[in-house]
Design a protein around this ligand. Structure first.
Ligand code: ADP
Length: 710
């Protein structure tokens, strides 16, 4: 393939890659967008759910606070013996708010008044009332009451079933965290929540309490009879109920509500912990982890809500990704089909260029086998494409004489020693054996790896130009030749003139010598005969020179009525000497019916001399002793007289047969090649024809016609 074809292929590859890259980028972008939107949605919904939980918890703690307010108010207006109202209030609230585990009233009793206090409660309310300790820490055992400045025994409980009775008299001061909260609520006169702790029942809880305000007219605690110094309303809250459990927990979700005195990681502070099954490790690497921390809007229970959500595969809507992938796939297909169509058009166009090119375009593989040939190539070579594809170029198309040279050039290109600007001229053999000249531009074809796989050549048919050049060259040579002939003609005229004198003198001397010899009786007999022959030859030389002069003279020849048979006999006589020398027999068979023609005598003689001389030379070249020339005249159609000259010489050489009548076509070393062309011109000028009988096999047969006179 040529470099343009390689370029084409390279372009194609680049564009395909670009299509794939663009598609891939688009696909990645769209997919990322879809995933990002999904993640964003998951994040929003996470925040929303955290918010909802936050609101829920905030509302609940506020409700708790207001219930506590109410409880404290109810307690404050009641005297100890009549706690029935308090109990009813508590019962009602317990029905309504399941997050409240228990209502309690706690008295603050100085240590020194503990006995008075216990007796008071035993005597008035609970006969087995006893103040005791309980650790909500590690041992979770009932304990003896510890010596502390103040005791905080529970004196009222609702609900109050039989098993709860033993809790009555429980001194909250045996647990530090209760005491801290109680202290805070007492000093700040507001409700304060304790740390979370585990109830005996196993539930996670915290207590929230506030000092009970003393209404107008109510006795101070010390004078109240019980010995207590103050009073607290207490709610035990199921910590876990501040937040509702998720019905369908999402994996990776963790939600902690914890007491602000602890950290998010300290389970001791946990009021509520909700953990979904964890996500996989891969998900925690791939996806982000969302976190949200919020503090409840409550002064008494400023618990912290911490939520964490590890995003995972579940956050992605796979159907959307599926649709995206499907759209991407279709768009990819469309792009590929479009690119393919585009390239098909390109290829079709390239093919059209190839076919309409005025040049021959040939592709060869490394072995010289034809891989490609365009229409013009087929036209010039005369083959169909199918006849040549796969055939070896050098064996089929290149003529024997050039094969080695052309193949060597080809090998050089294949070896990479190639000059792209060099042109190569060589001839090709067409299917019908014609030779055509082509100028080639060659290029090598390479594969993807850049290895040479063959050649691609474009060739211009320069046959017409080359023939025209050759013709011009020939004409140039002919011109030079004609000029030489002209000079020779002039020389011949001069020579004839010059030779005429000595020949006349020679004839005259010979005549005188002959007269002398005849009058000299003692003279040898042959001498007279010799002198006669010498005179004859001198005359003949004169005749030749005269003919020569006439032949080259530019004067118009006189047209006269000639006896053609006589003319032929004269010519035979004229050539007698040469005929004898050649040992050739001339047979003349004159036709009797018509013999007269109107013609220039010298010219017709010249034609006959040409034909006979050619025959003599053809016989002589064969070296044959039995040479014969047959001359015949006859009356032909259209009142033409036909003369034929046949010989049994070498016959016409095939190489020259078609160009016999062209000027300067000769097969002889010393020949000039003008005899036949001149003869034909002469005969045609007389209205006749001159031809060669190509079918004649015994030698050569020439013939001409002349119109019969009168
Ligand atoms: P020339 O005799 O100088 O070569 P002509 O024009 O007379 O030029 O002849 C041209 C050619 O024709 C000759 O060279 C010869 O090859 C061929 N030719 C002519 N006459 C004969 C013949 N009788 N036999 C064989 N070849 C002939």
């Amino acid at each position: 393939m040529s470099s343009t074809a390689n370029d084409h292929l390279r372009n194609q590859r680049i564009i395909y890659r670009a299509v794939i890259l663009i598609w891939f980028l688009l696909f990645i972008t769209v997919t990322s967008l879809v995933v990002m939107l999904d993640l964003r949605r998951a994040e929003t919904s996470f925040k929303e759910s955290v918010n909802v939980h936050f609101q829920q918890a905030s509302n609940r703690v506020q409700v708790i606070e207001s219930i506590l307010e109410g409880f404290a108010a109810v307690v404050s207006v009641e005297n100890d013996p009549g706690r029935d109202r308090v109990r009813r209030y508590a019962q009602k609230m317990l029905e309504q708010y399941p997050q409240i585990f228990m209502f309690e009233v706690v008295e603050k009793v100085p240590h020194d008044r503990l006995t008075v206090f216990t007796d008071y409660y035993r005597d008035n309310f609970y006969p087995d009332f006893k103040v005791k300790g309980f650790s909500y820490g590690s041992d979770r055992q009932w304990q003896r009451v510890a010596a502390t400045p103040y005791h905080m025994p529970i004196v009222f409980m609702e609900p109050f079933p039989e098993e709860s009775r033993k809790v009555l008299g429980l001194d909250l001061s045996s647990n530090d965290f209760f005491m801290r909260a109680l202290h805070d609520s007492e000093t700040q006169h507001r409700s304060v929540a304790s740390e979370p702790f585990t109830l005996v029942e196993g539930e996670l809880a915290y207590i929230i309490h506030r000092p009970v305000p003393l209404p107008e007219g109510k006795m101070l605690p010390a004078s109240y009879g019980s010995g207590a110094e103050g009073e607290f309303a207490v709610l035990v809250i199921r910590a876990d109920t501040l937040l509702e459990r998720e019905v369908h927990p999402q994996p990776g979700m963790r939600e902690v509500l914890f007491h602000p005195d602890f950290s998010e990681t300290d389970p001791r502070g946990y009021l509520h912990l909700h953990e979904s099954p964890p996500t996989s490790r891969l998900e925690s690497i791939v996806f982000p982890r969302l976190q949200e921390t919020m503090t409840l809007n409550s002064a008494s229970q400023p618990f912290i809500l911490f939520a964490e959500y590890q995003l995972g595969w579940g956050a992605i809507s796979w159907w959307k990704l599926g649709v995206t992938a499907l759209i991407a796939f279709f768009s990819f297909m469309v792009m590929m089909v479009y690119a393919r169509l585009y390239f098909r058009n390109e290829i079709v166009r390239a093919e059209r260029y190839l076919q309409i090119a005025r040049a021959i375009i040939v592709g060869l593989d490394r072995n010289g086998n034809i891989t490609l040939l365009n229409r013009r190539g087929c036209e010039i070579l005369g083959y169909r494409e199918s006849e040549l594809l796969g055939k070896n170029w050098f064996e089929t198309i290149v003529p024997d004489t050039e094969r080695d040279r052309v193949y060597a050039d080809f090998r050089r290109i294949i070896a990479g020693e190639h000059d792209p600007f060099r042109t190569y001229e060589s001839s090709v053999l067409t299917k019908n054996g014609e030779t055509r000249y082509i100028v080639w531009n060659n290029d090598m074809e390479t594969d993807r790896k850049g290895e040479i796989t063959g050649t691609l050549s474009s060739g211009q048919d320069i046959t017409e130009r080359k023939l025209a050049e050759e013709k011009a060259l020939r004409q140039q040579r002919e011109m030079a030749h004609i000029m030489r002939l002209g000079t020779m003609g002039e020389m011949a005229t001069g020579m004839a003139h010059e030779l005429n004198q000595p020949l006349t003198a020679l004839v005259s001397y010979c005549g005188t010598a002959e007269t002398l010899v005849n009058s000299w009786p003692a003279a040898p007999r042959q001498l007279g005969e010799i002198l006669l022959r010498a005179t004859e030859q001198a005359h003949r030389a004169g005749d030749i020179i005269r003919h020569l002069r006439e032949f080259v003279s530019k004067e118009e020849q006189n047209i006269e009525t000639l006896d053609l048979n006589q003319l032929i006999r004269d010519v035979i006589t004229f050539l007698k000497w040469e005929v004898q020398q050649a040992g050739v027999t001339i047979q003349f068979r004159p036709g009797g019916l018509a013999r007269h023609v109107k013609a220039g005598k010298i010219q017709i003689e010249q034609v006959l001399i040409n034909l006979l001389r050619n025959s003599l030379e053809a016989i002589g070249s064969e070296n044959s002793q039995g040479g014969r020339i047959d001359i015949q005249t006859r009356l032909a159609a259209n009142d033409m007289i036909e003369v034929t000259v046949a010989d049994n010489g070498s016959g016409i050489e095939t190489s020259i047969a078609d160009r016999l009548f062209d000027q300067f076509q000769t097969s002889k070393k010393t020949g000039m090649g003008i005899g036949l062309s001149l003869s034909r011109t002469i005969i045609e000028a007389h209205g006749g024809k001159l031809w060669v009988d190509k079918s004649y096999r015994n030698g050569a047969l020439f013939g001409f016609t002349l119109p019969a006179a009168g």
